[in-house]
Design a protein around this ligand. Structure first.
Ligand code: ARG
Length: 568
């Protein structure tokens, strides 16, 4: 097809605004073709243990399989991992401490060698080697380590990790040091994908990884492109999740974001893999163009945008000072600062995303019928704090969207005499060394901090524990419990949820956690983020995966007549 013809291709009306949210657009099992993806950033890593970008986790679904994985399902079932390499979900014994999985027979890597239980154990061992393989999630470490004899990872000792047993080639048994009801979710993270010890080159593994999924890396030129081809040893019959429709997947990397949008909409690419969302120029076109709108989805990203109120920084050691900020917030102004209802998000007064079972309507600090702030309530709180005329404080943020939110909050609370100074911290190190480092917070006396957060797995624990569990405070950086909340009641309730198998009882406990956290007034929730995704009409099986908030690339195929090849 010529370039000119391609540009005309999106002309027919698409499946409709938001048609790929909660449903699948263009369902098809047609095989063949090249799926042409695009991103502005490069992958963070092709080593499954070292990636944290959500979109790279979705890319990993093409390359790697895990014991458990999220199904190809646009509805609530998409949130629950199903057996992938494993024959069934983890068999639980010993009061939730022991998890046993059996591998399906006949599984192979892309070089034809068999996938064994020892390779799953090796993958888990690699997570302990944060000195060699930093970058990925580390939930497995505290669950599987022996604090009296910490395991240093597979590069410093030949001894295996004792809490993971492989009684035979097909069986893996995890002995956790405490119950953890979400363990199947951890077995669905890329870092649990099997890695054969003999192929493991440590820090270099990402440059030549083995594949267990339907595709393998054909070529990666960092910063330019990543090409995937079929893995000849992947056996469709063993894989209940992946349709693996295209013959090739080609990712073009490094486009400027406005150019990316224009070329995506023009048909040069099928899908934006990175899913940052359409930028201003494309948004402007969208409002005037119904056809374009019919190719667009506006899902929640499953990120919460919020402001942390720091009880260890005076005067926020007084709950009334914290509550004054909650009441004085102009929610409409803050939502606008975040980007408005379409590209910013849905206003919220509670923490849990709506898709989670424990989600409840909770509004402990109502901001008036127009949501512009309840200034009388704010002043009453200031009085109760002994600060009737207000006070001065510093709000930590970073340039860009976060800065706009900081300014909007400063404008809000100035109305009751709270005078905020905005402190911008470095973007690249914001979560590791800036807002995420307790010492930095103290050095700059950051009483308020602008941030956002998305769960690493779609459960109440995955969403809320890192933010409010006292045992998750990271004193050396990378801390997500920004207010350093360490409330024994909260911690105990969280532990109870991890023992509780009944879903209703568990949801009740999480609602109690959320209420208690909101009573402390340390987290000021603003919006559940939303974004705009564009889908080209010849792409099949398009849906926003509920566990990730982005398109599930792995499920996609190409309709007959789709543009082919890559001339970019
Ligand atoms: N929890 C991290 C954050 O909020 C990453 C979330 C999304 N990434 C992921 N792979 N789940 O920044």
């Amino acid at each position: 097809m010529t370039a000119a013809a391609r540009r005309l291709a999106p002309a027919p009306a698409g499946a409709g605004w938001n048609a790929a949210v909660g449903a699948m657009v263009n369902p098809s099992d047609r095989r063949g073709g090249t799926l042409r993806l695009v991103s502005s950033a490069d992958v963070d890593s092709l080593d499954p243990a070292r990636t944290y970008y959500v979109w790279v986790w979705l890319l990993q679904r093409l390359l790697n399989r895990t014991l458990m994985a999220y199904p190809t399902d646009s509805g609530p079932a998409g949130l629950v991992p199903v057996p992938d390499l494993a024959e069934g979900p983890g068999q639980v014994s010993d009061g939730g401490r022991t998890w046993t999985y059996r591998l399906r027979p006949g599984l192979r890597y892309d070089n034809g060698s068999p996938i064994t239980a020892a390779d799953v154990r090796h993958a888990v061992q690699r997570v302990f080697a944060q000195d060699v393989l930093p970058g990925g999630p580390t939930y497995l470490v505290p669950l599987l380590d022996d604090p009296t004899r910490p395991y240093p990872g597979p590069y410093r000792t030949a001894e295996p990790l004792r809490s993971v047993r492989t009684p035979d080639e097909h069986t893996v048994v995890f002995h956790l040091n405490r119950p953890f009801s979400d363990f199947d979710h951890l077995m669905a993270q890329p870092c649990a994908a099997p890695v054969p010890r003999h192929a493991d080159t440590g820090a270099d593994y990402g440059s030549a990884p083995r594949s267990s999924g339907p595709y393998r890396v054909a070529q990666h030129r960092p910063g330019a492109f990543l090409h995937l081809e079929r893995n000849p040893h992947w056996d469709r019959a063993t894989d209940p999740i992946r349709p693996a429709l295209p013959d090739r997947v080609e990712l073009t990397i490094g486009l400027d974001i406005d150019e990316l949008d224009a070329r995506l909409i023009g048909g040069d690419f099928d899908i934006n893999l990175e899913g940052r969302g359409l930028q201003h120029e494309a948004q402007r076109r969208l409002t005037a163009d119904d056809v374009l709108r019919s190719h667009t989805d506006n899902p929640r990203t499953s990120f919460l945008h919020f402001v942390s109120v720091q009880p260890h920084i005076p005067p926020f050691d007084d709950v009334h000072a914290r509550r004054a900020v909650h009441y004085a917030a102009d929610k409409i102004l803050l939502q606008q600062a975040r980007g408005g209802p379409v590209t910013g998000g849905d206003l919220t007064t509670a923490l849990f995303p709506p898709r989670l079972p424990a989600h409840q309507d909770l509004d402990l600090y109502p901001t008036g019928p127009d949501l512009r702030g309840d200034l009388d309530a704010a002043r009453a709180e200031l009085k109760a704090a002994g600060l009737p005329d207000g006070f001065e404080a510093t709000i930590g943020t970073q340039r860009g969207k976060f800065r706009l939110v900081a300014d909007a909050l400063a404008e809000s609370v100035a109305r009751v005499g709270i005078r905020l100074t905005v402190k911008e911290l470095d973007v690249a190190t914001y979560f590791s060394l800036g807002a995420g480092h307790p010492q930095t917070v103290r050095r700059h006396e950051l009483g308020l901090i602008v941030t956002d957060w998305g769960a690493d797995f779609p459960t109440e624990y995955g969403f809320l524990a890192p933010l409010v569990d006292g045992r998750h405070i990271k004193h050396n950086g990378g801390n997500w419990n920004l207010p350093e909340l360490d409330d024994p009641l909260v911690n105990d309730l969280i532990d109870e949820t991890l023992h509780t198998t009944d879903p209703e009882a568990r949801a009740r406990r999480w609602r109690a956690v959320e209420r208690r956290v909101m009573e402390h007034a340390v987290l000021l929730p603003l919006v559940h983020d939303k974004t705009l995704h564009f889908r080209n009409p010849w792409v099949t099986n398009v849906y926003v995966h509920p566990a990730f908030g982005l398109y599930d690339i792995q499920g996609m195929g190409l309709a007959s007549g789709a543009p082919t090849g890559n001339d970019s």
